[in-house]
Design a protein around this ligand. Structure first.
Ligand SMILES: Nc1ncnc2c1ncn2[C@@H]1O[C@H](COP(=O)(O)OP(=O)(O)O)[C@@H](O)[C@H]1O
Ligand SMILES: [Mg+2]
Length: 388
């Protein structure tokens, strides 16, 4: 099956899809801008269908389809007799497995738009293994907000923070694209091609994971937030992405003997970023925090702020987050989340360390705090409006 490669961007592709439906006897309506859940509504006689258009350079992943499925089950989505999910390239293996589980009676039909026709996937003919075709939609948000998680040092929690910050935003109703820029691909090994975050009241949100090489802004037009898990060697990250960052989270640890050393690491981290990007707000975040008791905490905090005093003087967009206000605590759940990579490097976990245990979850609380902090500090009011 050949893919539709002519459309170089989302808008062109959406027009092409509309044309193909029109040719098939459907009347095409474009919903109002920012309509969440689908891109086009189409009618034929008494039938009405929602169409999700997904322009991608890579195959469609499961959470992208799950979100559409969840929309069709929502109150708003129930007025549609069918859902058509149309993409440029194809569907990844897990997405095809999902379609096969739906069987023939499904309301959703997934396909690829070829030059002159659609190629719909027959759930009964799906075979294992081979990735095929793809699709999903946009809400018309003009430009997503870009976050980078970067320290020029390994093992400080870049991947852990990227994934769970994405989770915190998803819990709050944002669709998030996670871009894995580290050649080690730990993020992809842990969460695969994404996570769907269901919402009993709404249509749910998804975290879509992209390899840096497959990334293109048009591939995640339904995402309000893009988070890059950066390579610790700055020059190995695509310059055009680092230039785009609106915010950069710099994870560090707060150990008595490490503070001065980490101060230097943060200093060079900031210098590296500033060679490429002068607009981003930079936030130093304490990860893996162990509460030391009030007296010791006072001493540690003094040393912490002291280590970054010089940078603050010369950079007014550099912020150290007070660990008493927001930090990521050392947590068994986060630790074992990472262990999964060693135990099962070839089968992603596809979930986050957000499980409630006895009604509580430290990582969940900490990362929601972090996302709130960033929203308030950075006045991301526009984010809130975009999620609706
Ligand atoms: N807050 C935390 N509590 C417990 N373990 C953590 C925490 N943050 C990170 N880890 C663990 O530390 C290790 C390094 O984290 P990782 O996110 O892979 O760092 P990086 O991406 O910077 O190399 C992983 O094994 C991870 O599970
Ligand atoms: Mg990493």
């Amino acid at each position: 099956m050949s893919s539709h490669t002519e459309s170089s961007n989302f808008v062109e592709f959406e027009q092409h899809v509309a044309k193909l439906f029109h040719k098939g006897g459907w009347t095409v309506e474009t919903p109002k801008a920012n309509q969440p859940g689908y891109d086009l509504a189409i009618r034929k006689g008494d039938l009405v269908a929602a169409v999700q258009v997904k322009w991608l350079r890579a195959n469609v992943s499961t959470p992208m389809i799950q979100r559409f499925e969840s929309f069709l089950e929502s109150k708003e989505g129930q007025r549609f007799n069918y859902g058509f999910f149309v993409t440029t390239k194809g569907y990844a293996g897990p997405a095809r497995a999902l379609m096969r589980a739906w069987g023939e009676d499904t309301k959703i039909h997934c396909g690829v738009a070829l030059e002159h026709k659609f190629d719909w996937i027959d759930p009964d003919k799906i075979t294992d293994g081979k990735d095929e075709q793809d699709s999903q939609g946009s809400t018309g948000i003009e430009k997503p907000i870009y976050f980078g998680v970067f320290t020029c040092k390994g093992g400080v929690g870049k991947t852990t923070v990227s994934a769970h910050l994405a989770g915190a935003f998803a819990l709050q109703g944002f669709n998030v694209a996670l871009v894995d820029l580290d050649p080690e691909q730990n993020l992809q090994k842990l969460v695969g091609d994404g996570v769907f975050v269901p919402n009993p009241k709404g249509i749910g949100t998804n975290i879509q994971v992209f390899d840096g090489q497959d990334w293109h802004e048009d591939a995640a037009r339904d995402c309000q937030i893009v988070i890059c898990d950066c390579s610790p060697a700055l020059e190995r990250n695509p310059k055009e992405l680092i230039e785009k960052l609106d915010y950069c989270i710099i994870p560090t640890t707060l150990n008595p003997l490490g503070i001065n050393k980490h101060g230097k690491v943060i200093q060079s981290t900031v210098e590296e970023i500033r060679k490429i990007n002068t607009i981003a707000h930079l936030f130093v975040l304490v990860n893996n925090f162990k509460q030391p008791g009030a007296n010791h905490l006072r001493v540690l905090k003094r040393a912490f702020f002291e280590a970054y005093k010089e940078i603050k003087k010369t950079d007014d967009k550099f912020h150290c987050i007070d660990p008493e206000e927001v930090c990521i605590r050392a947590s068994d759940q986060l630790y074992y989340w990472g262990i999964h990579l060693l135990e099962n490097p070839d089968s992603p976990l596809s979930e986050l360390a957000f499980k409630l245990i006895g009604g509580k979850c430290h990582p969940r609380e900490d990362f929601i705090n972090l996302s709130d902090y960033i929203e308030n500090k950075a006045a991301l009011g526009s984010l809130r409006n975009a999620s609706s």
